[in-house]
Design a protein around this ligand. Structure first.
Ligand SMILES: Nc1ncnc2c1ncn2[C@@H]1O[C@H](COP(=O)(O)OP(=O)(O)OP(=O)(O)O)[C@@H](O)[C@H]1O
Ligand SMILES: [Mg+2]
Length: 329
């Protein structure tokens, strides 16, 4: 992309599940972690389009919102700045309560732009986005982002302890922390540490395995039990085994939650409920992966083929298996 045309969507990201009053400690920490969801998780004010962190909510959403996790995009168009071309062009799709949806598409297709729109990092030009029937325009960006669980591409761990990394605001009791550690299968490991929850965590979690770091980040997100989880899936920087471990855990612990995930590896989303295929800012395909694969000339089929023959055969098989499972319920 031409640097001159680039709109700054945030530079130094931080918190996974941003609180309505983030501690200042968090703002100072991580310049290194730059990704869209990271940007969404912090309080930055340097956007040229939108940016409504300072606005008050025009309606008060109740504490439990969103309860059902239904997300509806209706004719959404967005551009990063006046005079730049539209990057989302009349995008419409609905995600139902508890559905797992992967967003795929070639580079520049608009995947990240969808998430930035959902998080109100970018204001839309026309159309609307509703979450459980509430137009997100009427909720401040800060409130909105505090209600989603966000798992960014690169997990982040701060120097401190297990406890301080799980409970950023220091408001949880031990029971809640142990419970969430159990959920992500880290309870035994933490019990084995002499200092248990107060076990020292080095910078970037260098004294923990990559899998543990990722699971800790998942645990941190789960503490608030969000109904909607937004994921920017790990890229190749995470090894396949770690990724598989985290994905399996996410599947187990996030049942019933609405998950919207930018997928970098088709393996991890081939059994999702739906795949949203974007192409040049438009919705090209939206259906169960197995059904999309029936169209051999479709974009999803071509993305699957691009993974190589062996992998494509395996993906086709798994998509069918997942589809048959759903059908048999
Ligand atoms: N901050 C920005 N300022 C201006 N244009 C942008 C900005 N970010 C993305 N774009 C443009 O918007 C379009 C969609 O980009 P987007 O980042 O949503 O694609 P993507 O599908 O996430 O791609 P990738 O797979 O490379 O992450 C592209 O044409 C891109 O050049
Ligand atoms: Mg992207």
């Amino acid at each position: 992309m031409n640097g001159a045309d680039e709109v700054n969507t945030g530079t130094n990201g931080v918190v996974l599940k941003m609180k309505e009053n983030p501690k200042s400690q968090l703002k100072e920490t991580e310049d290194e972690h730059v990704s869209n969801i990271h940007s969404a998780c912090m309080n930055h004010k340097d956007r040229s389009n939108g940016g409504n962190d300072d606005e008050d909510d025009t309606i008060m959403v109740d504490k439990e919102w969103p309860r059902n996790g239904v997300i509806v995009f209706h004719n959404v168009s967005m551009r990063y700045r006046e005079k730049l071309p539209l990057v989302l062009k009349s995008v419409s799709f609905s995600i139902q309560d508890g559905e797992r949806v992967a967003i795929v598409g070639r580079t520049g297709a608009g995947k990240s732009s969808i998430l930035l729109t959902l998080l109100r990092m970018m204001e839309i030009e026309s159309g609307n986005v509703k979450v459980d029937g509430v137009d997100i325009k009427s909720v401040s960006g800060r409130t909105l982002r505090s209600r989603f669980g966000m798992i960014p591409q690169d997990s982040f761990i701060l120097q401190g302890t297990i406890r301080s990394n799980l409970d950023l605001e220091g408001t949880c009791d031990d029971d809640a922390l142990w419970k969430v550690l159990e959920l992500v299968d880290l309870k035994k490991l933490v019990e084995s540490f002499d200092e248990k929850l107060d076990h020292r965590v080095e910078e970037r979690g260098s004294n923990l395995s990559a899998g543990t770091v990722q699971l800790m980040c998942l645990a941190r997100v789960l503490i608030d039990n969000p109904k909607i989880i937004i994921m920017d899936e790990a890229t190749s920087s995470v090894d396949i085994e770690t990724d598989a471990l985290v994905q399996t855990t996410i599947r187990q612990v996030c049942k019933g939650k609405t998950i919207i995930s930018i997928a970098h590896r088709l393996q991890t989303v081939i059994d999702f409920d739906k795949v949203l295929v974007l192409n040049e800012g438009e919705v090209a395909e939206f259906n169960h992966p197995h059904l999309l694969l029936q169209n051999e000339d479709g974009i999803f089929s071509s993305l699957v083929k691009d993974t190589g023959e062996t992998s494509a055969t395996e993906l086709l098989r798994r998509a069918k298996e997942a589809y048959d499972d759903v059908e048999s319920i």
